[in-house]
Design a protein around this ligand. Structure first.
Ligand SMILES: NC(=O)c1ccc[n+]([C@@H]2O[C@H](COP(=O)([O-])OP(=O)(O)OC[C@H]3O[C@@H](n4cnc5c(N)ncnc54)[C@H](OP(=O)(O)O)[C@@H]3O)[C@@H](O)[C@H]2O)c1
Length: 347
């Protein structure tokens, strides 16, 4: 089968379109014919082997442990192992399976998968797993979001942020999104009640206080964020932005957790977990029309390295798609439309 593989750590230049062996299916696994995948910052940690702590966490110490890159995908089930009970050939599924999705086939344990939302294309569905799981688990499990709270999402225009704005609105929060000038309208149109342009204003220096801050971008320190948290407020740290080659953002996270021991506010890191239960919950929100993926660009599988390079610019608006089995001829998807303009067949 065709796959995007790398034999060494490095920039996107190490990625090659190759012919590799189709994966075997273990007894508890599902073999999926991948229709579309979607890159995440997670993938470039595996590609670069940086920060070094990522190598100990499963990327491989000297060279990549899994040569095929990619963590998110949507596709249809081709075969199942004899212990699989929830899926059968022909089912349309999606999931965050950690490795191997930039390929024509991937096999994954059934507990990492869920049936794809019926109202999404494979391309749309592939953008959901890691980004929307991060948004959901960050807001609900770590942030303990409640209806009526004031919630600030820093990085509201990115892959996770565009899901976080919509999910926080679903929970009944009053949502403020932090983004740059060009994304203000888009972030408002997905439901943000207010927006702050970070190129003109520092959100940590405004008078407004928030019950929950979800930090997905930028490098505002936990102490700076505390200035705009209510006395019992929560800061959820998910930003991987960090020049650190050894432990990446971990030092910022450790400082925040230690500081949290001595103050009334809670400063917590987020570690997103694969969860078919949460994927099913997200499917319901999507099928009810409460959450719609925002797609920036679509690349064919052979241009996956360019998809990663684009994501690495830090300027993606919503999600980037890698189309696997039906590669488009152009590298730009139909532009994302505000919810009111989305045709019923695309919702
Ligand atoms: N902890 C976990 O388990 C976990 C899981 C998934 C993701 N993450 C992390 O979460 C972060 C967000 O991921 P993502 O997929 O959403 O990334 P992304 O899609 O690459 O984010 C890009 C967006 O960030 C915005 N941005 C850049 N600098 C900003 C700033 N200073 N203030 C506000 N917005 C800014 C950009 O908007 P402009 O172009 O307008 O600047 C762009 O829309 C990453 O650091 C990732 O590593 C963590």
């Amino acid at each position: 089968m065709k796959a995007i593989a790398h034999e060494e750590f490095g920039s996107a230049d190490v990625l090659e379109l190759k012919e590799v062996r189709k994966p075997d299916v273990e007894r508890d696994e599902v073999l999926v014919r991948v229709r579309a995948a979607s890159p995440n910052p997670w993938d470039w940690h595996f590609m670069r082997g940086l920060p070094y702590i990522a190598r100990l966490a499963g990327a491989g110490v000297r060279k990549p442990k899994n040569s095929v890159l990619g963590s998110d995908m949507a596709g249809d089930v081709e075969a199942v192992g004899n212990e699989v009970t929830r899926f059968r050939p022909g089912d349309e599924v999606f999931g965050f399976v950690r490795v191997g999705t930039f390929a024509e086939y991937v096999s994954a344990p059934e507990e990492l998968l869920a049936l794809k939302p019926a109202n999404l294309s494979f391309q749309q569905a592939a953008t959901v797993p890691l980004a929307a799981l991060t948004a959901l688990q960050g807001l609900r499990d770590v942030g303990e979001i409640r209806s009526g709270q004031r919630v600030l999402i820093v990085g509201a225009s990115g892959g996770v942020g565009t899901f976080a704005v919509q999910i926080a609105k679903w929970f009944g929060a009053d949502v403020t999104g932090v983004c740059s000038t060009r994304n203000l309208e888009m972030v408002r149109s997905i439901g943000a009640d207010s927006v702050i342009d970070y190129t003109r204003e520092d959100f940590t220096r405004r008078g407004q206080k928030y019950d929950l801050i979800f930090q997905l971008a930028g490098t505002a320190s936990p102490s700076a964020c505390r200035r705009v948290l209510t006395p019992k407020g929560r800061l959820v740290l998910s930003s991987g932005d960090s020049p650190g080659r050894f432990i990446g953002p971990v030092d910022r996270i450790i400082k925040a957790v230690l500081l949290s021991l001595f103050i009334g506010q809670t400063l917590s890191p987020l570690d997103t977990k694969p969860s078919s239960k949460d994927l099913k919950f997200l499917r319901e929100l999507i099928e009810a029309g409460s959450v719609t993926p925002v797609i920036d660009r679509t690349y064919p599988l052979r241009e996956a390295a360019d998809a990663i390079r684009y994501l690495e610019t830090g300027r993606a608006r919503g999600k980037v798609v890698i189309s696997v089995s039906a590669a488009p001829t152009t590298s730009k998807a139909a532009p994302w439309k505000p919810r009111a303009q989305i045709a019923p067949e695309n919702r």
